[in-house]
Design a protein around this ligand. Structure first.
Ligand code: CMC
Length: 391
């Protein structure tokens, strides 16, 4: 018993008011600032979406040019900050490195950042959007023993990232436009998703008045888990383990067995109980991208069989479990040559746009208070301390 409403996992608690993203889970609707995700996916670009999320409106030509210029001119890492990388073990997970690197960014910009100043807050958001891809690519290259590449600022956001990722420094620059378009689209679809676990984490940390780089580092940590962003990496590992379409049914059966401890990765969602509109777009795109890149990945067939088997199984139907955004994204990342352990980092690059938009909104919200949930206490009543020889 207790004085507070028990709401494990906050399934029925609105923690804030927000004008950024709207989700209707029953009807599979997702909108950023009122624009349906399908329209943004078809016509917009990730950087334009980042502007929209932060500022509330799509930019005019001049506004966009200024924004792109600002982002482009904050892509470099401070040399001393880059040396932090060398403290990591060569085989550290890139998400662990990303958390650490972003946390260390707080040490670079803490004393110079006045959180009362709206322009300084805006610049912090821009620095994050600009630098996260540079840091992410550097983490990958460090893990394979290659020197990091400087961001080439005559390239666009996504191609610049792909250029930094490419493994061989001496290779001529051949960036596939199909790959860049696919990655841009994946970034749009992952850019925001209202009060998911990582965004709520950014807001909770932000509610204390902490430095925004520390807030986003906390968001990355929350994203890492397999129930959240870590699912895209887990999906690919699962598909590889299943290996062949013949093995699909036994995987479905195992996922239904609660004692197995195994869930179908990339299936189910806290909010979407009909379908995930992002999954629908990604599924179509997956076929198209693999075709255009001339990639024949047997895992796509395994994924399609798995989806088909689950969608006609009572267990999944009754619980309204559908493929989510992470189900097909890994197959696309793989086709683009992104290593599996970088998948969740890719999610983090895109979600940075949402995290900073929420942080900015919160800093401007006169109703925002420190996030401080209560609990239902289930421990002992008062009892007397006994000295150690009497226990
Ligand atoms: N495979 C098998 N059973 C499942 C699955 C699954 N993937 N997801 C949910 N269930 C079952 C669960 O066991 C429970 O059954 P019962 O009612 O008999 O106890 C029921 O469905 C409801 O599940 P829940 O865990 O209470 O639902 P939730 O809203 O707390 O969790 C979820 C949502 C996404 C964490 C969960 O569906 C899951 O673990 N999915 C697999 C991981 C995944 O794909 N995560 C990515 C989410 S989307 C992108 C993102 O957020 O990053």
């Amino acid at each position: 018993t207790g004085l507070f409403t028990y709401d494990s996992g906050f399934t029925a608690t609105a923690s804030c008011r927000s004008a950024i993203t709207y989700i209707d889970g029953d009807n599979g609707v997702l909108m950023y600032r009122g624009y349906p995700i399908e329209q943004l996916a078809e016509h917009s670009s990730f950087l334009e979406v980042a502007y929209l999320l932060m500022n509330g409106e799509l930019p005019g030509k001049d506004d966009f040019a200024t924004f792109e210029h600002e982002v482009t001119h904050h892509t470099m890492m401070h040399e001393a900050f880059r040396t932090f990388l060398f403290g990591f073990r060569h085989d550290a997970h890139p998400m662990a490195m990303l958390v650490g690197m972003l946390g260390s960014m707080a040490s670079f910009y803490h004393n110079t950042l006045d959180l009362e100043d709206a322009e300084q807050r805006r610049m912090a958001a821009i620095r994050l959007i600009a630098k996260v891809p540079t840091i992410a690519a550097a983490c990958h290259r460090y893990s394979i023993g290659w020197p990091s590449r400087y961001p080439k600022n005559n390239l666009e956001y996504v191609t610049r990232f792909l250029h930094m990722m490419k493994e061989v420094p001496s290779e001529p620059l051949e960036l596939n436009p199909v790959a860049a378009k696919a990655l841009d689209l994946l970034f749009i679809l992952h850019a925001d998703h209202e009060q998911n676990a990582s965004t709520s984490t950014v807001r909770l940390v932000g509610s204390t008045g902490a430095n925004p780089y520390a807030c986003v580092a906390a968001g990355v940590a929350a994203l890492w888990g397999p129930a959240h962003g870590g699912a895209n990496e887990a999906v690919l590992k699962m598909l590889e383990e299943i290996g062949r379409p013949d093995n699909v049914q036994s995987a479905v059966d195992k996922a239904k067995d609660k004692n197995s401890g195994f869930r179908l990765m990339g299936f189910g969602h806290r909010v979407y109980k009909n379908f995930d509109p992002r999954a629908k777009i990604i599924r179509e795109m997956c076929h198209k991208v693999l075709n255009e890149l001339g990639v024949n990945d047997p895992l796509l067939e395994v994924a399609m069989k798995l989806e088909e088997a689950a969608l006609k199984d009572d267990y999944f139907v009754q619980r309204k479990l559908y493929p989510n955004v992470d189900f097909y994204s890994g197959i696309i990342y793989k086709a683009l040559g992104i290593p599996t352990e970088m998948f969740t980092v890719m999610f983090a690059i895109a979600r940075t746009a949402g995290w900073v938009a929420h942080w900015l909104e919160q800093q401007n919200d006169p109703e925002a208070k420190i996030g401080r949930p209560r609990q239902i206490y289930t421990g002992y009543d008062a009892r007397d301390y006994a000295s150690i020889d009497k226990r």
